[in-house]
Design a binder for this molecule. Structure first.
Ligand SMILES: *Cc1c(COP(=O)(O)O)cnc(C)c1O
Length: 376
């Protein structure tokens, strides 16, 4: 059996090696390392794929979120509602920009931000909501957009884990996540579903004025070279990464199917097990399985983790500490938070290896060892 990894980017690369290597060499020969043709080609292909009006590439997913928030003219102390149960990047940029993160609950079944919890957290200072499409399925965007409209709030989708995910509205229309809110952000970190071989990120919007502003912000606040109209930053996707991503984008739908196939193998193996809750997929979304995350019921999670490590099966806890318990946010009065669902999930979730290269032998081994341990 081939060794099992949490994500197997190496074997995925080997399948497209010739094409990728040629594309990298083309960039090297062109000497257009920054903002070359590859960046323009990829940005256009990605824009078509997501179905957004404007796509701006940038250096990473965290920058994408920062640039989005910088474009909204928020004032220090303005409140941004985010789930506590997410990767730190979502909430960190809020604090970095001197805004106030307001942590709310997630739905206990989907792990995504709970619209009812958003409603309760709105104050006159609330300016934006950042739903995260956690683990690869969409948050309840229809409800979130409705709340945002009622209260005149911006919605920035954190789509770093769900690129390619399809959201279905109640009238049957479908949109890709990242194209639904006022702004969508994504990451091309190597382990993401559309991963580069280095860092990268992108921002989506249908609003022309916002697009223009975000493009300027990502480029030192200039439109015309050396004329800097607003304070920005320096955030670029380099040409080599763009060339790689342009090839991988053509594979993305196949990659999603491979992840879904592995997920359904797990689903079947664990079905109806009293100690395991397999991922629940809400009716308005599909799941692109950036993570395959179980909820353990009355099981010894640390024991399972250690047992799997012994059997050379990697597993991870995403995430061991929720935002409302992170020391970096101490100034925001963390004691007042009582997020029972988030705390409950934090103690019970465990993520299994999921990627495009898992074979049946590996999946059989992983599932049988997990069942071995839990049935003891
Ligand atoms: C990966 C990730 C980010 C940040 O992306 P980087 O490219 O690593 O900066 C933001 N939010 C979520 C939910 C992520 O998973």
């Amino acid at each position: 059996m081939r060794p099992i990894q949490m994500v197997d980017t190496k074997n995925q690369y080997l399948k497209i090696k010739n094409e990728v290597d040629a594309a990298i060499h083309e960039v090297l020969d062109s000497a257009a390392y920054i903002n070359g043709k590859a960046v323009q080609d990829f940005t256009k292909s990605l824009n078509d794929y997501i179905g957004s009006k404007f796509t701006i590439s940038c250096a990473n997913g965290t920058d994408a979120l920062q640039i989005a928030m910088m474009a909204l003219d928020l004032q220090p102390g303005d409140e941004v509602i985010t789930p506590s149960f997410t990767y730190i990047a979502t909430t960190e940029v809020v604090a970095l920009l001197k805004l106030k993160p307001v942590f709310v609950e997630v739905d206990a079944k989907t792990f995504c931000i709970d619209p009812e919890s958003i409603k309760k957290a709105i104050t006159p200072k609330t300016k934006a909501i950042v739903p995260v499409h956690l683990y690869g399925q969409a948050a309840n965007m229809e409800a979130i957009m409705q709340i945002a409209e009622e209260h005149n709030l911006f919605v920035i989708e954190d789509n770093a884990q769900a690129i390619g995910c399809d959201y279905t509205f109640s009238d049957g229309t479908k949109k890709k996540t990242g194209s639904i809110g006022h702004i969508g952000c994504t990451s091309f970190y190597p382990s993401k579903n559309l991963g580069a071989y280095g860092d990268g990120g992108a921002i989506f919007t249908n609003d022309e004025a916002l697009a223009k502003k975000m493009k300027m912000i990502a480029n030192h606040g200039q439109e015309k070279r050396y004329y800097h109209d607003i304070v920005g930053c320096n955030s670029r996707l380099d040409s080599i990464q763009a060339a790689i991503l342009n090839i991988k984008l053509k594979e993305l739908d196949n990659y999603i199917v491979a992840r879904q196939t592995a997920a359904s193998f797990y689903d079947k193996a664990f079905a109806n097990h009293p100690k395991i809750t397999t991922p629940f997929v809400a009716s308005f979304t599909n799941h692109v399985y950036h993570q395959y995350t179980l909820i353990l019921n009355n099981a010894d999670r640390d024991g399972l983790n250690a047992y799997l490590a012994e059997k050379k099966i990697p597993s991870m806890i995403y995430y061991p500490v929720p935002g409302h318990k992170q020391k970096m946010f101490a100034a925001f009065g963390l004691d007042k938070y009582d997020l029972k669902t988030t705390d409950w999930l934090t103690e019970r979730v465990i993520s299994l290896p999921i990627h495009t290269e898992l074979d049946e032998e590996q999946l059989t081994y992983i599932t049988s060892e997990i069942l071995n341990y839990l049935n003891k």
